[in-house]
Design a binder for this molecule. Structure first.
Ligand code: NAD
Length: 462
């Protein structure tokens, strides 16, 4: 690993990643390789958790394609140095902010979108002019191997290399000195990554998980709310970091909402959800058992069946859930939707304010003013009003967590910025020198400042 990082560092220092032309070529090549190898990638992910080809192209590959296209189109603009205001005591000078790549970067990916969540940060890093070591998840071993075979046989190892492996390999990588680490995964492992990065003072971006709450107000559009919640919960079989984790619904509309959600779940999956091409399986027995343990059969109002051999869990709705239930103690990360009720919105908001900040907060109401107010009061990485999940795919908006759900953000321009250091450079001509800089510092100077420059201009002095 040491040799890998050193050779990437040499490659970076030799300047191979500096030119925008070279970066664009790398991105174009990656785009073409993904396109050419869609079948290989789709077959591999199907072996991991039965994600079908259409869904794979739609939510694993289309976003990296988009991210590459946006980066190629806007790279010149993003890379431009920007003029900043120069303060008066530095007159005459010009100040610029110049984005420069960090150097050798490490991207660690999770299993739940093994292609998308590994590729998007890698694309941003390459666009910003870094070299990349990409460590995908060992949980989706087929997908990781397929992507690694494509990348490692087509890119110079010094520029872009995929290091497969689990905890031992990641631990060994984390002992190395990287110039930037981008991690997507659980909060627990996020802490390990940050601790390791601290040893080398390496900056980190952490994209972590959490329990994303949904608040449904009595004035919502009930049918649309239920439709979107059902879709959002089934997206990637509930294995999404922005998945609606649980629902707080006003007690007056609880029964109606549940009935509509159940109707919509069936509409999306068909009468037998086991045969739905949209639903991948739980990724392994460990996750299957974990989610099953969270289901309290006494509270199930729809679904609830499962098949361990198939790692299949029927989309399930639980009613009458309270904060004490096991399902409220951890991120659900599966096709199970717990419903809780509230009667007093203010006290619900107070409760949520004191909980760990989730990655996303969702509010359903026709009262946008109220929704925006709640959005500003409850901490969360991001959120949506009257919709779920979809904000993730807006590449024009920074995406990221806060507190326990992470730090830093990415996507589009924000991704480029995440993998760049913004260097402030001031440039001064030599024809003028400010004599006030030099000793002796006489009291009269202060008087000169005040009388000549005046109080108003003093505001711009520093
Ligand atoms: P995970 O934390 O178990 O694994 C993520 C990566 O860390 C993997 O590559 C894994 O090999 C590595 N890893 C695991 N244990 C490690 C250890 N002890 N030391 C060093 N490295 C280790 O996460 P996961 O199960 O792959 O993904 C699910 C989690 O990721 C969920 O919590 C989900 O919410 C979160 N997630 C967040 C985002 C986001 O954008 N914020 C996106 C997807 C998933």
């Amino acid at each position: 690993m040491n040799e890998l990082i050193e050779s990437q560092r040499n490659y970076f220092q030799e300047g191979h990643t500096r030119s925008l032309k070279a970066r664009k070529q790398t991105l174009r090549k990656l785009h073409n390789l993904l396109l050419e190898n869609e079948t290989l990638l789709a077959e591999a992910i199907y072996k991991d958790f039965k994600k079908n080809r259409m869904v794979t192209v739609e939510n694993e590959l289309s976003l990296p394609y988009g991210e590459i296209n946006v980066a190629i189109r806007r790279l010149r603009k993003w890379s431009r140095s920007r003029r900043l205001v120069t303060n008066l005591s530095n007159f005459p000078a010009s100040t610029r902010s110049i984005p420069v790549p960090y150097g050798v970067t490490l991207v660690i990916g999770p299993w739940n979108y093994p292609y998308m969540l590994s590729l998007i940060p890698a694309i941003s890093s390459l666009a910003a002019g870094n070299t990349v070591v990409l460590k995908p998840s060992e949980v989706t071993a087929h997908s990781s191997a397929a992507l690694a075979s494509i990348i490692n046989s087509n890119f110079p190892r010094d520029l872009f290399y995929m290091q497969e492996g689990g905890v031992p390999e990641t631990t060994a990588l984390l002992e190395q000195k990287f110039d930037k680490i981008f991690f997507t995964g659980s909060t627990t492992v996020g802490r390990i990554v940050m601790k390791a990065a601290a040893e080398h003072l390496t900056p980190v971006t952490l994209e972590l998980g959490g329990k994303n709450p949904v608040i449904v107000l009595p004035d919502c559009n009930l049918k649309r709310t239920a439709q979107r919640l059902a879709w959002g919960k089934l997206h990637n079989n509930g294995n999404a970091c922005v998945s609606p984790d649980h629902v707080y619904v006003h007690e007056d509309i609880k029964d109606a909402l549940i009935a509509e959600i159940v109707k919509n779940l069936k509409k999306i999956t068909g009468s037998d959800s086991r045969t739905s091409p949209l639903l991948p399986r739980m990724v392994n027995e460990k996750n299957f058992d974990r989610v099953l343990r969270l289901i309290d059969p006494a509270k199930v109002v729809a679904g609830g069946t499962s098949d361990r051999e198939e790692r299949y869990i029927e989309p399930t709705v639980m009613d009458g859930v309270t904060q004490d239930d096991p399902i409220m103690k951890e991120e659900v990360f599966g096709p199970v939707l717990p419903i809780l009720t509230y009667s007093n919105l203010e006290s619900l908001v107070e409760t949520l304010k004191s909980q760990p900040a989730p990655l996303a907060l969702y509010i359903f109401t026709r009262n946008l003013r109220k929704a925006r107010k709640i959005m500003t009061e409850i901490p969360s990485g991001g959120g949506m009003i009257n919709e779920v999940v979809m904000h993730f795919i807006n590449m024009n908006a920074p995406f990221g967590g806060v507190g326990e759900s992470g730090m830093g953000n990415y996507h589009g321009k924000a991704g480029f910025a995440t993998f760049s250091h913004f260097k402030t450079v001031m440039s001064k001509p030599t024809w003028f020198e400010l004599f006030l800089k030099y000793p002796p510092h006489r009291k009269i100077y202060l008087k000169i400042y005040r009388s000549i420059i005046g109080r108003r201009l003093m505001n711009f002095w520093h």
